[in-house]
Design a binder for this molecule. Structure first.
Ligand code: NI
Length: 180
């Protein structure tokens, strides 16, 4: 991450706020926000990003699954913009796996997440859409959704022992799970 990165870091007030719903889908600010989210996610090699991470407290997130060494079967998908998302849990079995976050640099942690969710959202044109996510994309989605309700992934960690330095993580795991 460059020093000029505008990604909000843990401790920033905006990461602890509940984001507001998007109401005006024609606002030029929304177009600008979507472009910036995409640019930063790609520049930081993330698999997802949420508007509060750019200091904008709106219910906008992007999920961009792709295969990684740890999730070789993860689907490759075009980055999906999701506005005003809501989700239902389809499988309540919590599964722990590694996550990182562009707003919490330098560490990784094991985070319990649901393996299957059904998401209702609006696309960039304001049209209602629904999508089911399983496994890795479901994890990415829940991570990004938490950013919209003032949570970071550390809030979901069961034990401090599940938190490791990124350098230790790479020793154990090989380069994997990109930050979100
Ligand atoms: Ni994050």
């Amino acid at each position: 991450m460059s020093q000029s990165s505008p990604i909000q870091q843990l401790g920033a007030e905006v990461l602890r706020q509940t984001a507001l719903a998007v109401e005006d889908f024609t606002a030029s600010e929304l177009v600008t926000l979507l472009n910036e989210l995409m640019q930063h996610m790609q520049a930081e090699n993330g698999v997802g990003i949420a508007a509060p991470q750019l200091g904008v407290s709106l219910q906008v997130l992007v999920v961009a699954s792709r295969p990684t060494p740890r999730y070789p079967n993860a689907p490759t998908m075009s980055p999906l913009v999701m506005i005003n998302p809501r989700y239902q849990v389809l499988d309540e079995t919590l599964i722990k796996d590694w996550e990182g976050c562009l707003s919490v640099p330098g560490i990784r942690a094991l985070v319990p997440r649901y393996p299957s969710v059904l998401v209702d959202f609006q696309d960039r044109d304001g049209q209602s859409q629904q999508i089911r996510f399983d496994d890795f994309p479901a994890r990415v989605f829940q991570h990004e959704y938490d950013h919209l309700i003032g949570l970071v992934y550390l809030d979901r960690v069961e034990s401090n022992r599940d938190i490791v330095a990124e350098s230790e993580f790479y020793k154990r795991i090989k380069p994997v799970g990109a930050a979100a």
